[in-house]
Design a protein. Structure first.
Lengths: 219, 442
């Protein structure tokens, strides 16, 4: 459907991080009995534009956090009037995320979690300080297309290695390949190879771009 | 303790700087033997020339900002020992100095675990408490100042710190909220207001806990201080650092949290700016006072949220840089060197740093591109850092050697370079550490 002006303005307001205006617009659209799913889709498009502006070097972590907060507020308003199943992803793929055992940092992981949802991925976020066994159990239960391990501190390298070793056993057992991505500010190619991951990223947006590259059906 | 000379008011900033460095360099040390004394003098004279950006025989390697944990872990010390068992650190530290003969002393930070337990400290988790024994500490992100409390903070940062922040950061200090507003204690009967909390059982219980925690702290400081003195006695001078933050990072790391403060740039920019401004005089007084008390010639900034990834250049120049620069300029006037431990990358901020006066900074980089650093900053400031933690953790000895050789070569003609790591790491090998330290001796 070709976007109309009001819709375009809505998307642009989110992309410009105009928090008050966009939340007012959400309430107005709901008051006019507009389909909440259409509001969510527009908000997702706004978030994708935020991502683009990040890629282009206009936005930084501060803008991603602000955008994620606005998106959360939109969902808080919209969610009560929409059946949860209706908000299901458009099917970019299933992502399992978590900060590895021994590390309690979550800002980067949380941003990637929200952004990934906006890009149509179904995200299962296991939280922080996640033991390897929990990653394994959830990987077996959820059958994710991608697994993302987050870790800010250098002490997390060992936990990443242990988690990945166990996840590789799941792959061997099931014959199902699950690309494993590690993320964190001290992560690089050397650590990726050291812990046995497939890919590495240092920023949330780079993570989303990688998800898209790895899963051809992604938005 | 630094004592200002009589002619302090007539001295230029660089003369004051020299006076502080003289006091640090000539601080009394009880050496174990004449050889240790001679070695100490060679080392501290070299370091002094680096601080003064004067010609010297070679760069130095400083393993402290990176390898200090490994240095004790290599002898079986656990993360929890760094928090609770400081006496266990002594022998591994002394052994390291004897075996590796570093250019400067390598100590460990005196984390006072028992004091934290007694006071129910909430800003961190630590090994032996809620983290596994192999880990040391991790910061707990939180909002210790609510968004609607900016006005309170701006009106009186010290009162906010005392009566609102400390009761939240330390569970046992909650009764501090009972304290009166001190500036109104004036008339005879105001003594009632002043003393009333001190007569209350919860406040008295808090005071007892604080004394107990203070006693534990003195034990920790006694052990760590004695270890530091023993390291100096064997010939290894300390860099002389005094840990501080920028106004924005104090607000962000400690009061509002990363998420809170980054959103405040959008939601309440004027309050955030006013809070940073209100912080400036408080911080200057506090940092100068602590440098005077400790005799440390440098204020060691742990820098977080001004890094390239966190905010745009426009946001940096609006929210982060101006008040930080004010503080650093005031310290420069007081003869205090600002040592910047720049976590992440500062590729976009180099021109800002270049605005500072010559010799006012030590710039310690983590992931910043060192080519532009050399070009833009190395004639003005002491440069250090950039050996990656990932390389020390996962690289080979040859890779470490090649990386360090390249850095030393890059800064060969710079007035002052210190080879150092970009970030802390827990695991490496003796061979890699030796390759790092030997790179400056070729």
């Amino acid at each position: 459907m070709k976007p109309n002006t009001a819709q375009e303005q809505f998307i642009q307001q989110l992309s410009d991080l105009q928090e008050i205006e966009i939340l007012d617009a959400v309430r107005s659209r709901l008051a006019e009995n507009e389909d909440p799913l259409a509001i969510i889709e527009d908000a997702q498009e706004g978030m994708r534009r935020v991502g683009l502006r990040y890629e282009q070097g206009e936005y930084y972590l501060s803008a991603l956090i602000m955008a994620a907060e606005i998106f959360r507020e939109i969902m808080e308003i919209v969610q009560p009037v929409v059946v949860e199943t209706q908000v299901a992803s458009t099917g970019s793929g299933i992502v399992l995320l978590g900060t590895v055992q021994g590390d309690i940092h979550d800002i980067g992981k949380n941003i990637i979690s929200i952004l990934a949802s906006c890009y149509g991925f179904v995200v299962h976020d296991l939280g922080v300080d996640v033991p390897p066994e929990i990653f394994v159990a959830q990987a077996e239960a959820l059958k994710p297309d991608l697994i993302g391990l987050s870790g800010l501190i250098t002490a997390s390298f060992d936990a990443m290695g242990q988690t990945i070793a166990l996840l590789r056993q799941v792959e061997a057992r099931t014959g199902r390949r699950m690309p494993i991505i590690i993320g964190g500010s001290q992560i690089d190619e050397q650590i990726c190879s050291f812990v046995g991951a497939d890919y590495w990223v240092r920023s949330a947006m780079d993570g989303i771009l990688l998800f898209q590259r790895l899963l051809p059906n992604a938005l | 303790m630094f004592v200002r000379p009589d002619n302090w008011n007539e001295m230029s900033p660089l003369e004051r700087r020299s006076a502080r460095l003289d006091a640090w360099q000539n601080a009394p040390v009880q050496f174990v033997n004449p050889e240790a004394e001679a070695a100490y003098k060679v080392r501290i004279e070299r370091l002094r020339k680096i601080y003064d950006m004067e010609p010297h025989d070679r760069p130095i390697a400083d393993p402290f900002m990176g390898a200090s944990e490994y240095i004790v872990r290599r002898k079986g010390v656990q993360g929890t020992d760094l928090v609770y068992n400081h006496e266990k650190l002594r022998e591994p530290l002394l052994e390291f100095h004897r075996e590796f003969q570093p250019d400067v002393a390598v100590g460990v930070l005196p984390y006072p675990g028992r004091s934290w337990d007694l006071l129910d400290f909430k800003l961190y988790l630590w090994g032996g408490q809620k983290l596994p024994d192999n880990l040391v500490i991790q910061a707990v992100e939180g909002e210790y100042m609510m968004p609607d409390e900016y006005a309170d903070f701006i009106a009186d940062p010290t009162a906010f710190w005392l009566k609102q922040y400390l009761p939240r950061a330390y569970g046992a200090l909650a009764p501090l909220a009972m304290l009166p507003d001190f500036p109104k204690i004036s008339e005879s009967v105001d003594t009632i207001d002043l003393l009333l909390p001190f007569g209350m059982p919860p406040f008295q219980e808090m005071l007892h806990k604080m004394m107990e925690a203070g006693n534990e702290l003195m034990k920790t400081l006694g052990i760590v201080g004695q270890t530091g003195a023993m390291i100096a006695a064997e010939g290894f001078p300390a860099m002389g650092l005094n840990i501080v933050k920028t106004p924005f990072d104090y607000l962000g790391d400690t009061l509002r949290g990363t998420k809170g403060i980054l959103m405040d740039m959008y939601r309440r920019p004027n309050e955030l700016l006013a809070a940073c401004e209100a912080y400036v005089p408080v911080l200057i007084k506090s940092i100068v006072g602590s440098c005077d008390r400790s005799g440390a010639p440098t204020a060691f900034y742990v820098l977080h949220k001004g890094a390239d990834a966190f905010m745009s250049q426009a946001q940096f120049e609006k929210f982060y840089w101006p008040t930080w620069k004010q503080v650093m300029m005031a310290l420069y006037e007081e003869g205090i060197i600002s040592y910047l431990f720049i976590e992440g990358s500062y590729n976009k901020r180099l021109e800002n740093l270049a605005q500072m006066p010559d010799k006012s900074l030590v710039c310690h980089f983590d992931q910043t591109d060192m080519g532009p650093v050399k070009e833009i900053l190395s004639d003005k400031f002491i440069i250090t850092g950039n050996v990656p933690a990932s390389l020390m953790s996962a690289g080979t000895t040859d890779e470490v050697r090649a990386y360090c050789d390249n850095l030393v070569e890059l800064f060969e003609d710079a007035p002052a370079y210190i080879l150092a790591h970009g970030c802390y790491f827990e695991n490496t090998t003796d061979d890699k550490l030796r390759a790092f330290m030997d790179a400056v001796k070729k």
